[in-house]
Design a protein around this ligand. Structure first.
Ligand SMILES: Cc1cc2nc3c(=O)[nH]c(=O)nc-3n(C[C@H](O)[C@H](O)[C@H](O)COP(=O)(O)O)c2cc1C
Length: 198
């Protein structure tokens, strides 16, 4: 980056020199200045491209989903959109990546479906394997939206399990897990109301 700044400074100086050169006529000065100015523009664009991204601060909300057929992911996106409509920032990732994700400023929101016979979906089957990372969520607020189907004996078992493990790690539930039978819209609306984004 330093060399880029030095090159641009040198080009500016060269332009000033050319402007004041008596040996060049107006036409030659114009050609030289245009060429150097063009080169400056190219360097400026290049500088913008390689500028390292500033440290991305944590989002207000981290939304993690565990899904088998996409419903939880979809609801995660809708939740994020509604939160941003209220001026809050939200990051979405799958539950298995929770250990790598930045701790949110306000709360962790988990949207988790259940599959098999009370089992985790593939996007959440290794979420708690990390090395004690859950301690980072001690005293952090969280909420769980658990998706399931009452026809199965272990209704919403995985979402309920995630909520219990977060609670055991010292995280603070904003409210009881919201259990959703067959993507029931009334329960989903209740989730949004609880979050204050309905
Ligand atoms: C093969 C299969 C197994 C399921 N097992 C359960 C279960 O044990 N408990 C439950 O509450 N729901 C169960 N469900 C229902 C899903 O959790 C429910 O349809 C959910 O909305 C799916 O969300 P997803 O699209 O995010 O995976 C099962 C669904 C399928 C297709």
């Amino acid at each position: 980056m330093l060399w880029l700044n030095a090159m641009m400074a040198a080009l500016m100086a060269a332009i000033l020199v050319v402007v004041n050169l008596d040996a060049f006529d107006v036409g030659r000065k114009a050609v030289a200045i245009t060429a150097m100015a063009g080169y400056c523009v190219i360097l400026l664009r290049y500088r913008r491209q390689i500028r390292p991204a500033g440290p991305a601060g944590p989002s207000d909300y981290l939304i993690v989903y565990a899904t088998e057929t996409g419903t939880a992911r979809q609801l995660a996106k809708i939740t994020a959109r509604k939160l941003s409509g209220k001026g809050a920032s939200a990051t979405i990732t799958e539950l298995n990546r929770l250990a790598e994700a930045a701790i949110p400023g306000k709360a962790l929101l988990v949207i988790a479906s259940t599959t098999g016979n009370g089992d985790s979906p593939r996007t959440g089957d290794g979420w708690a394997n990390g090395d004690g990372f859950l301690t980072a969520y001690r005293n952090k607020d969280f909420a769980v939206l658990a998706l399931g189907d009452r026809d199965y004996p272990c209704f919403c078992a995985f979402g309920i399990d995630v909520a219990a493990r977060l609670g055991s790690a010292g995280a603070r539930p904003l409210f009881d897990p919201v259990l959703v039978n067959r993507a029931d819209p009334a329960s989903v609306s209740y989730w949004f109301r609880q979050l204050g984004v309905d």
